[in-house]
Design a protein around this ligand. Structure first.
Ligand code: FES
Length: 158
């Protein structure tokens, strides 16, 4: 048992140390920034008074989420990927989709969740500075594929 993480090896500890990404007032003004946090590209959104950080590349096929629009679906704020319009909740990283009961085609489509698909990271505000701490949640998240290895760099031509 290692409840406080004190037995983590130093490299792991370093990987999950928070990183300064910018001034609070600047990010509030621009409403989004990109940053590299311990070799992982993330996008930080400021939306309706809250900061949200997630992997920058869409879990579906690596699209550039920092270029998407934020819209509400079923009362939940989502980033809409500019490539194929997948909807990802800012709060949890869930992929949302609409479904309809095939036995009742007249029914209204309902919003459903595919589960967490995009890795969400923690944003901390301290004395006017914004920090991001990478998620250490021990589950396989689809966006991990594009956040690591040869896929992790976004070409500058977007
Ligand atoms: Fe984002 Fe396809 S790459 S929806």
């Amino acid at each position: 048992m290692d409840p406080d993480g004190s037995e983590q090896d130093p490299e792991t500890k370093e990987q999950y140390a928070s990183v300064y990404v910018g001034r609070e007032e600047d990010i509030k003004r621009s409403e989004r920034i990109t940053a590299v946090v311990h070799d992982r590209e993330v996008v930080i959104f400021y939306h309706k008074g809250e900061f949200h950080a997630m992997d920058i590349r869409c879990y579906h096929s690596g699209g550039p989420l920092h270029l998407g629009e934020i819209e509400e679906f079923d009362g939940r704020a989502c980033i809409v990927c500019p490539w194929h319009k997948y909807k990802i909740t800012l709060e949890t990283g869930e992929g949302l989709y609409q479904s309809i009961d095939p036995k009742d085609p007249s029914a209204k489509p309902m919003w459903c969740s595919k589960g967490i698909k995009q890795r969400i990271h923690t944003v901390t505000v301290d004395n006017g500075n914004i920090y991001v701490t990478l998620s250490n949640e021990p589950f396989k998240c689809d966006s991990d594929y594009y956040a690591t290895g040869i896929f992790k760099v976004i070409p500058s031509s977007f």
